[in-house]
Design a protein around this ligand. Structure first.
Ligand code: SAH
Length: 217
């Protein structure tokens, strides 16, 4: 299987056709070898139009969702970005192509370890991974120009709003445990935020102090 051809088809048929336009996002989706972020038995499905299991009952998001959320952050290359839910590390690798530094938090040790190994293999040196509860953000590294949450939250933790730079963008799925609305919040002033609903989505739950309780999921 020629993965670069699979990637090109993925970008044309799933991403550009559905309206993603940012040429830098398209380039990043063409460049990052998504198959390396899943186990070898799933390589033939790595560029298909659905999420895939990555172990520990978690999933790597559908390619379109990765591209769409990335575009929603409106990155130009100079930004400091926080991702919550490292998972496989794929989304972090895409962000690493488009921002200056990526800080990514994962609560499950095995996933954090594997993501680090994959990102090292690909020489993604501008990604920092922390094993921790990401529902409280990453205060020591704030403020962030972009925050992307890749797990579904019951509501928006105030920590994320506090850790956004002025002009910064937060993209987060908010809803119940099985379905959410993807929201974008822009910090337009010190105490002023604008919020819009982007689309309906389905993420695994954000589990932690400001998310769902472990026994609820
Ligand atoms: N962005 C990932 C996919 C994320 S799946 C990728 O590209 O592969 C959601 C991830 O969020 C899972 O790995 C899950 O363990 C993690 N997660 C859930 N709650 C979390 C929390 N409070 N802090 C950090 N990570 C969390």
């Amino acid at each position: 299987m020629d993965f670069s051809i699979a990637r090109r088809l993925m970008v044309e048929q799933q991403i550009v056709r559905r309206g993603v336009k940012d040429p830098r996002v398209i380039q990043a989706m063409l460049r990052v070898p998504r198959h390396l972020f899943v186990e070898e038995a799933l390589w033939s499905q790595a560029y298909s139009d659905f999420p895939l299991p990555i172990g520990e009952r978690q999933t790597i998001s559908q390619p379109f969702m990765v591209a769409y959320m990335t575009e929603a952050l409106q990155l130009t290359g100079t930004e400091k970005v926080l991702e919550i839910g490292t998972g496989s590390g794929y989304q972090a690798a895409v962000l690493a192509q488009l921002a200056s530094r990526v800080y990514s938090v994962e609560r499950l040790a095995e996933l954090a370890r594997r993501a680090r190994r994959t990102l090292d293999q690909l020489a993604c040196r501008n990604v920092n991974i922390k094993l921790s509860d990401g529902t409280i953000g990453w205060e020591d590294e704030a403020p962030f120009d972009g925050i992307m949450v890749t797990a579904g939250a019951p509501d928006i933790p105030s920590e994320y709003l506090d850790q956004l730079a002025i002009g910064g963008r937060l993209v987060i799925p908010v809803g119940n445990r099985t379905s959410q609305v993807l929201k974008r919040v822009i910090r337009v002033g010190l105490d002023r935020f604008s919020e819009e609903n982007l689309l309906d989505c389905r993420f695994v739950p954000l589990v932690g102090q400001r998310g769902w309780k472990e026994e609820e999921v």
